[in-house]
Design a binder for this molecule. Structure first.
Ligand SMILES: *Cc1c(COP(=O)(O)O)cnc(C)c1O
Length: 386
């Protein structure tokens, strides 16, 4: 049974669970994002941590985006995808020596540095290789992203970044770190931010911080405002592409750049979130006294966001157009948190029906695990199925 106007196909005879990536959605999202970024000459590095699937990375590479990496493994994935080394930036609060050395060996564009000690270590490793490392200071702007507390990163209580109260000391120390070249300042306040006001707050804060640097005769050549733009998890069909125009406009309007400064962005979720769905099959329909359960063959080992962050995903039965019923959609894993949705209205379902858990392109496949000795999910793209 094929549903009219349904943007993803009904899958038959493919082994479930699997991730399905609609590469047209991905390409259209990137095109829209690039068009909006071009208006203000914004530079965009895709945050690999959202999804490093090779089909996706190859489209990212073709589109000319840079790479924002948070581990040596991600640097290797960016290199394998053919992303030029001068478009790779490396962030993260706990960079190991081998990861820093990897970045130095490939002359990556910038290390986004999160502590004084990390500055010393990068300087030492760069000196040993007779190289100059470009660095940006990741500053904690103390801006509340008003998002889930596990994905808020820009508050003083978070582990990320350098607090402004420590910046003076670090700036005074920089001249003695001779193999470092400070080129920028970096921020990242959180993720799944759909209200634009935290981004506006960030701009205002950056303007103040910029004044501070300029007063010290320090002129960063780039400002990096990180990622964090959210997607619409409720309406993946109606709103498949985030409002990049509104997002970039906040920065055009509220952030004051100095001459010759470029503004960099690191979107992850907003690029890849909507192109992915987790496709799963109904194993059992359990009719309880208080609730109906749909037990499906995907679990939090395939998509951990609901269990981890209480995240919402829209769920659809691709095989049924019967009347709506309410279900708790749960996986097979031996943990009570292995539930994708509670009291969720879907077409009446039966054993064998194919279910799509939508908006699963970001922080889905990449967070999969093998707990309970389960297999990792399979992957199909729209091109594989043509
Ligand atoms: C996670 C992260 C991003 C991407 O965040 P999204 O919410 O997926 O856009 C960008 N920059 C840094 C430093 C990050 O840690």
């Amino acid at each position: 049974m094929i549903k009219a106007n349904y943007p993803i196909p009904v899958f038959e005879n493919l082994p479930t669970p699997f991730y399905y990536y609609d590469l047209d959605v991905l390409r259209n999202t990137i095109e829209e994002m690039k068009m909006q970024a071009r208006k203000a000459a914004f530079v965009v590095h895709y945050a690999l941590k959202a999804n490093v699937n090779p089909s996706i990375l190859s489209i990212i590479k073709e589109s000319g985006l840079g790479a924002d990496c948070v581990s040596g493994g991600e640097i290797l994935a960016a290199l394998a995808a053919g992303i030029p080394t001068d478009k790779i930036v490396f962030a993260g609060v706990g960079k190991a020596d081998w990861e820093i050395n990897l970045g130095l060996d490939h002359d990556i564009c910038c290390f986004n540095v999160e502590s004084e000690q990390e500055l010393e270590v990068i300087n030492e490793l760069a000196t040993a290789k007779n190289k100059i490392a470009n660095i940006a200071l990741r500053i904690n702007p103390n801006v509340d992203a008003n998002t889930h507390h596990h994905i808020t990163t820009g508050l003083n209580e978070n582990k990320f970044g350098i607090n402004m109260s420590d910046i003076e000391h670090i700036i005074n120390k920089l001249p003695s770190l001779e193999n470092l070249n400070m080129t920028g300042i970096h921020f990242h306040i959180g993720s799944q931010i759909t209200d634009m006001s935290p981004f506006q707050d960030l701009c205002i804060r950056i303007n103040e911080i910029q004044k501070y640097f300029i007063n010290k005769q320090i002129h960063p050549t780039h400002i990096n405002v990180g990622g964090g733009l959210g997607i619409n998890y409720e309406h993946p069909n109606h709103i498949p592409i985030p409002d990049f125009e509104a997002y970039f406009n906040v920065f055009r309007k509220h952030l004051s750049l100095y001459p010759n400064q470029t503004l960099h962005f690191e979107p992850g979720r907003s690029i890849v979130g909507q192109c992915g769905s987790l496709i799963t099959k109904v194993l059992y329909v359990k009719r309880g006294s208080a609730k109906n359960f749909l037990i499906v063959d995907a679990g939090f080992t395939d998509l951990i966001r609901p269990a981890f962050y209480g995240a919402f995903h829209h769920i659809e039965n691709l095989s049924s157009d019967l009347d709506m019923e309410k279900y708790d959609v749960a996986g097979p894993i031996c943990e009570s948190s292995d539930v994708f949705a509670k009291d969720f209205s879907m077409n009446k379902s039966k054993r064998g029906d194919i279910i799509a858990i939508r908006s699963a392109g970001a922080y889905g496949e990449i967070m999969a695990s093998q707990y309970n000795l389960r297999k990792l999910p399979n992957i199909y793209t729209s091109e594989d199925l043509k």
